[in-house]
Design a binder for this molecule. Sequence first.
Ligand code: ZN
Length: 171
Amino acid sequence: MGKVSIALRGWRFDETEVFDDDGELRPLEEVSEETRRRLVRLRVVAGEPCNVCYLLNGSKSDCNVARIVYGEPLGEVLLCPDHEPEFLYWYREAGGSDHRGEERFADIFHEWFAEGNRAPEGYGGLDHVDTEPDRVPSPDIDGDVPELEEAIEELDDEDLDALGTDYSSVT
Ligand SMILES: [Zn+2]
């Protein structure tokens, strides 16, 4: 069973859960609640700037678009490839992994970085914290994700609201 990333690298989905035999995204009603929450959140965060760029620049227009997402929906960290090592260092070496799953996960990383902490020069960012190999190529990450858009549009607003409110009670 393969794991795939959609739109951004980092969050991984069970290929057979999110895609049907024709490679189309399944309707959101058919996937688990956790998967649905991530898919809906991806639509919001895809195209947003890298958090670290934003901390450094303070202006969205000067930031790289994030290509990587870590953490949980609503507490996610968005990163460009240049800044992934900062996150990986924090997560692995500076106590970040202790906060895994916490609502303030992203805030704690932002605070750490804002205090002037940095990964050492040359810290390797190439190996992903999830060690499971990518066996299936991700759908095109540079463009939109039309199937995802479509699936989300098919959900009515009430469903989306329910997802939003459900989430706060889950965390
Ligand atoms: Zn960046």
